[in-house]
Design a protein around this ligand. Structure first.
Ligand code: NAD
Length: 478
C-alpha cells in the first residue's frame, strides 16, 4: 500500500493543486512506499501564521496539567500503535525492524518525560539580600514559552528526533512548524495526526513537507519564528545559523566519535558495544562509533574478538527479524562511503572486514593502518565503517581523540576510575561515556555537541529551557 500525504496546516491536510509530487522509496527494494505533495512557500507562510495565532490564542495560556495530559495521551497512543510505527520506519528509512521498534520505544519515553516535565517547577527564587541594597526586595525568575518554533529534522531517526523537538515545545507551551526530512516524511505525518488525536489543538503543530533548498530559508528567516531547532549535517546547520541571526538557534550536527579501549578494560563490554555501536542502522547515527583507539598491549586480542563478530553480522532486508545491518538511506550514500574506503586503501589502509557494496548495502567494514588525515578518520563517515588505531599512552590518545573538528560524544573503556575521570575532564565532547560506547543516548540527559557538532542542548529538560525565555521579576517591599 502506498501512502499519500501532503502538508498539515491548522489540522487540514493540503495536497494537490499542482504541488510537486515526491516519491518515497524503500532504500532496500526500491519499491514506492509513499507520495508526498510538497508544500509551497505560501503554504509555509500560512503554517507559520497559523502557529503564531494558535500560540497567542491557546498554547501560551494552556495550563500545564492540560499540556501534560496531551503528551501522556500521545505516549499511550504511540505505545499502543508501536508496531505500525516501527513497520513504517522500516519501510521509509530501511531501518532494521528491531532497531525501528527500539526507536519507537524511545519516542514513547520522550513523550512521557515531556508529560512529566510539563508539570515540573521551572522557576527560581533569587537571594536578593546577597547584594548591598537588596534588603526588603523579593526576586524570582519565571520562564515563558518563546512562541513559534521552526523544527528541521534528518532522516536517520525520523520519529524520535522529531519528538525531541515537538515534545519539549508542547511541554513548554510553544507551537511548531516542522519540516521533516524529505527522505522520511511519512512517520512524521503519522505522528502529527496522532498528536491531534491525543488532544493537541489544531495548528499547534503544522507540518510542511518539502526540500531544504525550497523551504529552508523562508522558514528560518520568517519574522514570526522565534527559534530554530535543527538536527542534520554541519554543512546545512551552519548555513541555517548564518541565515537566522536574529533568532535563538539549536544545532544538533554530526561527529566522528572516538572510542578508547585501555588495556585494563572489560573486553566483553567493549567488544559487544563496538559491534552494536559501529554498525546499528548501518552507522547512520551522529554518535556512531567511528574511531576506535586500542591500547597496543591488547590491540591483537581485541581484534581477534571483534572481527569475527563484525563478519557474523546479518546484512540484508531490513524487514527481516534476523537483520542486523540494512541498507544506507540510498545507493548514492553507499557509493560515497565505498569511495572513501577505496581512497583509504589507496593511501595505505587495510580492510580487516567487509569493504564491499551491493546496491545500497555496504558490508560492515573495519579498517586498520589508517592515518588521522584520511577521510574515513577525519570526516563523518555516516556508514558502517570503523577505523581501528593502536596507541601507547593516555596522553597520546587524548590528543588523538581531540584532534577532530567534531565533539559530540566519546566512549572510554577502563577499569581505572581515576583515569576515567581524567578522560571525562579532558575529552572535548558534549558527552563522555565510561565503559559504554559513544553511540548510546538516553533521552533525559542534556545532549549536544561542541566544535562543529553543534550549538545548544537537547534532551527534554534542556530543550525546554532553550524554548523558553527566563524573565526576572523583582518586588520592593515597604
Ligand atoms: P541534512 O543536513 O542533509 O538534512 C537535514 C534536514 O535539513 C532535512 O530536513 C533537509 O531537508 C534540511 N535541509 C537541507 N538543506 C537545507 C537548507 N539549506 N536550509 C534548511 N534546511 C535544509 O542531514 P541528513 O542527511 O538528513 O542527516 C544526517 C546528518 O544529521 C548527519 O550529519 C548526522 O550526524 C546528523 N545528525 C545529528 C544528530 C544529533 O543529534 N547531533 C542526530 C541525527 C543526525
Amino acid at each position: 500500500m502506498t501512502l499519500e500525504i501532503g502538508s498539515l496546516i491548522n489540522g487540514k491536510e493540503i495536497a494537490g493543486g499542482g504541488r510537486v509530487k515526491h516519491e518515497v522509496r524503500n532504500p532496500y527494494h526500491n519499491e514506492l512506499v509513499g507520495i508526498v505533495h510538497f508544500g509551497t512557500v505560501e503554504d509555509l507562510n500560512q503554517a507559520i501564521e497559523t502557529a503564531h495565532g494558535v500560540f497567542h490564542q491557546t498554547m501560551k495560556n494552556m495550563p500545564a496539567y492540560q499540556r501534560s495530559t496531551i503528551l501522556r495521551q500521545a505516549a499511550d497512543l504511540l505505545e499502543a500503535r508501536g508496531e505500525e510505527f516501527a513497520q513504517l520506519l522500516t519501510l521509509e528509512a530501511g531501518k532494521p525492524i528491531r532497531d525501528s521498534r527500539f526507536e519507537v520505544g524511545r519516542a514513547v519515553q520522550v513523550l512521557r518525560f515531556a508529560s512529566e516535565l510539563a508539570k515540573a517547577d521551572d522557576g527560581e527564587v533569587v537571594k536578593m539580600d546577597a547584594a548591598v541594597g537588596g534588603e526588603n526586595k523579593l526576586g524570582f525568575i519565571k520562564r515563558y514559552p518563546l512562541g513559534v518554533i521552526a523544527a528541521i529534522t534528518p532522516f536517520n531517526f525520523p520519529l524520535n528526533l522529531v519528538l525531541h523537538k515537538l515534545a519539549p515545545a508542547f511541554a513548554a507551551g510553544c507551537t511548531v512548524v516542522l519540516k521533516p526530512a524529505e527522505k522520511t516524511p511519512l512517520s512524521a505525518m503519522k505522528l502529527a495526526k496522532l498528536l491531534e488525536e491525543a488532544g493537541l489543538p489544531k495548528g499547534a503543530l503544522n507540518v510542511v513537507n518539502g526540500t531544504g533548498a525550497d523551504l529552508g530559508k523562508p522558514l528560518v528567516t520568517h519574522p514570526l519564528v522565534k527559534k530554530v531547532t535543527f538536527t542534520g549535517s554541519d554543512q546545512v546547520g551552519y548555513k541555517i545559523r548564518n541565515m537566522a541571526l536574529d533568532k535563538k538557534v539549536t544545532l544538533e550536527l554530526g561527529s566522528n566519535a572516538p572510542n578508547i579501549i585501555f588495556s585494563d578494560a572489560n573486553l566483553d563490554l567493549a567488544v559487544t558495544g563496538l559491534v552494536k555501536g559501529g554498525f546499528a542502522f548501518a552507522g547512520q547515527s551522529c554518535i556512531s562509533v567511528q574511531r576506535i583507539y586500542v591500547q597496543r598491549e591488547i590491540y591483537d586480542q581485541l581484534l581477534d574478538r571483534f572481527i569475527p563478530l563484525v563478519k557474523g553480522l546479518q546484512v540484508g532486508d531490513p524487514s527481516s527479524e534476523a537483520t542486523d545491518v540494512g541498507p544506507l538511506i540510498n545507493e548514492e550514500s553507499a557509493v560515497r562511503a565505498e569511495k572513501w574506503i577505496m581512497k583509504a586503501v589507496e593511501q595505505g589502509a587495510t580492510v580487516l572486514a567487509g569493504g564491499n557494496r551491493h546496491g545500497a548495502l555496504l558490508e560492515p567494514t573495519v579498517l586498520a593502518n589508517v592515518k588521522p588525515e584520511m577521510t574515513v578518520v577525519c570526516r563523518e563517515v555516516f556508514a558502517p565503517i570503523v577505523a581501528v588505531m593502536p596507541f601507547d599512552t593516555e596522553e597520546e590518545v587524548i590528543q588523538a581523540a581531540n584532534d577532530s573538528n567534531y565533539g559530540l560524544q566519546a566512549g572510554v573503556f577502563t577499569a581505572d576510575i581515576n583515569r576515567a575521570f581524567r578522560l571525562a575532564d579532558r575529552l572535548e565532547t558534549g558527552g563522555v561515556w565510561i565503559n559504554e560506547v559513544s553511540t548510546v543516548r538516553q533521552d533525559n540527559y542534556p545532549y549536544g555537541g561542541v566544535k562543529f557538532s553543534g550549538i545548544g542542548k537537547e534532551g527534554v529538560k534542556a530543550a525546554m529551557e532553550e524554548m523558553t525565555e527566563a524573565k526576572f521579576i523583582g518586588i520592593r517591599l515597604y
